[in-house]
Structures are given as C-alpha cells and as structure tokens.
Design a binder for this molecule. Structure first.
Ligand code: GLU
Length: 466
C-alpha cells in the first residue's frame, strides 16, 4: 500500500556527497515523495577508521542544498551494532548460523590447496556441522549457513532477474571474532527494522544483494524491491572521476548552479520520461518510476546541466531566487549583498534571470544595480566615454527629466535623440552602458534605466558627462 512505501538513502560518511550519491538520494526521494511514502536517511558509519563527523555534516549539507528532506532523524548504523549482533545470535540459536573457529592460516591453507587442485577457492568451514562438544575454547566468528544448492534470484527492477548459483555463495561471516557485526548484516537488519520497502542504490551493490538475501531468507523477512542503478560515467563514457571535473554536489553549489536545475538534471541522469528534459519537481514526483531507469550508465554532461539550470533560473519565482542567491553567496564564502542593495537586486531579477546559467553569471549581469556611484568604468567602458560621447550624454539628460519612465517612452526619446544627432541608437548604447554600469557588456540599456529609476539614471549620466 502506498502509505507503507519506505525508501532510504544510506551514505557512508567517508567524504563529501558526490554526484552519484546525490542522484541515488534524489531517486529515492522522488519515489517516496511521489507516492506518499517515507524517505529515510541512514548514515553507514560502521567503518570507524574512515567515518568522520565532518563527512556526515557535508552529506547533510549537500542534501539540504538539494532540498532532499528526509523523514525523522538520521539513523546511525554504528549505534545499532547491538541489534545487528542480536540477529546473528538469533540465527545461531536457530541453527541457521554457526560458530567457526578456523584461523586465518587455516583458511589460507584451504584456499592454497583448492587452487592447487583447481577447485573453487570458496571457503568451506569444517565447523558448519560440527558437534558443539568439539568446540575449542578459542575465538570464533559467526557464519551464516549459505544454501548449498539451487539458485538465488534477485528480481531487480532495473537489471531484470539476476540469477546466482548458490554454490557460488560462501558461509558469510556475520559477527567477527570480537563480536562486532559486519556491514552486510547491518544493512539488512537496518533496512528491515526501518521498514524499507524499496532499495534504490548503485549497481556496485548488486553482488551484495545476493548475499544480503541469505539473511532475509534465514530470518524469514520480506525482501525489499531492489532497483540497482547503473553508475554515472563522464562524457567520454569512462567511469566518472576527478578528471571529468567537479564530483561533489557542494562544488556545484559553490559554482552557483540553482538546486532546482541540479535536481532536474540529476533526475535525467539515468532516468527518463518520454522526451521530457525540462520539468518541475512536481512533475518529477508524479512521473518518477523505476521502469524509467535505464540499464546503461548515464553520461554526465555539463552543457545539459547548464541548459536546464538556465531554464529553471528564467522560470524561478523572483523572491525564491533572491533567497537562493543570498544563500549561495554565504555558502560560497562570497561577500553578502548589503540590505540596502537587496531591493535593487530584487527589482533587477526579472531582467537578469534570463539566459543566466549560474548565480555568478546572474550577479554579473546585475552588476549595474549592485554597484554604487561614483561608477568606476572598466577599461573598455572608459574608452566609450571619450569627450565627444560625454558631450552627447550631457545633451541627452534634459530629455530624460520629463519623459514618462516607461520602456516605450524611453525608447522613443532615445531614438528621436539619436536621429537628431544624425546617428543610430546603437551609437548611443556604448556610452550609456559605460555611464550606467561602468561596463561595455550589460543588460539592455532600457532594462537598466527602468531598474535604476529616473533619479539614479540621471545622476549616473551626469556624473559620466562631467
Ligand atoms: N553505504 C553504501 C554506499 O555508500 C550504500 C549501501 C546501500 O545502499 O545499501 O555505497
């Protein structure tokens, strides 16, 4: 039933949230959110040597930036070690697991002999069916009794039915000699206890699924629906690596990509809904299904990401966009926009959000409103303010004092003025850009005049003409 649907994201906190992890989280989030289910977060921190609180924080920050909210508190896998051991001990008590006293040397010797005889090197413990009276007073591990014949079938929603011969499965260790549970046991117990119904994760875990199924079967637990998604490759078809550019979700945040565009792009990375490229979160939640996940690795394509980000930026609600820009500056460690300039930015957004792919691009377009008099022209702009141009600007300003401050009226005034000067508006544009923004490349002169307002426009023109 839909209300029982539970997905989870289970990152190992050994580094930042990488693009592949972000996509896995997104798929699980979309699937749950689109079906009235729950999306849970489990931090797989059992590897004490490699797990760090900083990495956990980086993952939480990355998810927060992407807007992938989870239900309830994040669960620490390490904190549940006693429960994992309890399950292993239950299987031991039920005779579905056994104590194995074989030493590392004995296992190595077994493998050497098997190799020499051309047999499978899969370890067969002599303790599997041993009589407890023969148990030595020595350290032991707890192994599950793997099925010895037949097959295990993983009914995967992406890969199809994946069949593994059971004689390929060894009696996996569940508890180490020091009593600590292994990762494979922890995952199954946690997924079961958390009520996870759908496991959507990278296909690098497909092999684990067969081993994890042994535990589900031994405990008599329902196996979740699996969906193992192909990993992400670079544009060249090779496994995504540093040489393909940024790998961390937060690097994309720091570069100023809007989260909505990133979500849209990541959703398209390995999943499709017909030919739809651009879509909203609401559409993604409605459309996302496991059947739409492709079987071959998706290729990361920065151009597509930028294109989608540009479309989301152009369509964004101005207040929300303003909010995101301010958050971006803080996250990127860039100077904040002073309160007094925030209103100006807000007024400029409708004119500068088109054709910007990132926040820095947008802010660059908005430079004219974020800067203050005296406007310091850059080299190119300074050239546009030669004495002749300055003279023209000073003749122009009186015409702007009384004109209706609307686009059509401003266009008419400037065109008439240009005609009277026996020139084209295009010739006026350079000096106007230089005077209004201090730059040669700016948004349209009329957009800037409308955003700046009459007083500020006149003040800048007069200052430049002087
Ligand atoms: N912790 C694993 C990883 O980060 C995920 C395990 C799982 O999803 O079952 O790759």
């Amino acid at each position: 039933m839909a209300q029982d649907l539970v997905t989870r994201f289970a990152p190992s906190p050994t580094g930042f949230l990488h693009i592949g992890g972000a996509r896995t989280a997104l798929f699980n989030w979309l699937y749950a959110r689109g079906r009235g289910g729950k999306f849970l977060l489990r931090i797989e921190d059992t590897d004490r040597a490699r797990s760090t609180p900083e990495a956990t924080q980086a993952i939480l920050d990355g998810l927060a930036w992407l807007g992938l909210d989870h239900d309830g508190e994040p669960i620490s896998q390490f904190a549940r070690a006693d429960r994992h051991a309890e399950v292993a001990n239950q299987l031991l008590a039920e005779g579905k697991a056994y104590k194995c006293f074989s030493t590392q040397d004995e296992i190595a010797a077994f493998r050497d002999a098997a190799r020499a005889e051309g047999r499978s090197t899969l370890f067969h413990s002599p303790w599997r069916d041993a009589d407890p009276v023969t148990f030595p007073d020595l350290p032991y591990v707890v192994r599950i009794k793997a099925p010895q014949d037949g097959e295990t079938v993983i009914r995967d929603q992406v890969q199809g039915d994946v069949t593994i011969r059971n004689d390929q499965l060894d009696d996996m260790v569940m508890l180490r000699a020091d009593g600590t549970p292994v990762y494979m046991l922890a995952v199954v117990v946690d997924d079961h206890d958390m009520g996870v119904t759908h496991v959507i994760r990278g296909d690098d875990h497909l092999n684990n699924a067969a081993r994890q199924m042994m535990i589900y079967d031994a405990m008599g637990w329902d196996v979740p629906t699996w969906a193992h998604i192909p990993l992400i490759h670079g544009a060249d078809g090779k496994k995504l690596s540093k040489r393909h550019g940024a790998l961390g979700a937060q690097e994309y945040q720091a570069m100023g990509y809007p989260a909505a565009g990133m979500r849209n792009y990541l959703a398209r990375l390995g999943w499709s809904h017909g030919d739809d490229e651009f879509f909203t979160d609401a559409q993604a939640k409605e459309w996302f299904d496991l059947g739409g996940i492709g079987k071959s690795p998706a290729r990361f394509d920065v151009k597509k990401l930028e294109n989608l980000c540009g479309q989301h930026m152009a369509q964004a609600d101005d207040a929300a966009l303003q909010h995101e820009i301010i958050a971006f500056l803080a996250a990127a460690g860039l100077p904040a926009i002073t309160i007094s300039r925030q209103d100006g930015l807000r007024a400029a957004l409708p004119y500068v959000k088109e054709r910007s792919k990132t926040f820095p691009e947008l802010l660059d377009k908005a430079h004219f409103i974020l800067t203050e008099r005296p406007i310091a022209p850059d080299d190119k702009a300074a050239k546009a303010l030669d004495p002749v141009s300055r003279g023209i600007l000073s003749q122009l300003t009186p015409h702007l004092r009384t004109v209706r401050w609307e686009r059509d009226a401003l266009e008419a005034v400037l065109n008439d003025f240009a005609a009277a000067q026996d020139t084209k508006f295009g010739k006026l544009a350079g000096p106007l850009r230089a005077a209004l923004a201090g730059r040669a490349v700016t948004p349209s002169v009329f957009d800037m005049m409308l955003v700046l307002g009459r007083e500020e426009t006149l003040a800048r023109l007069e200052e430049a003409a002087a």
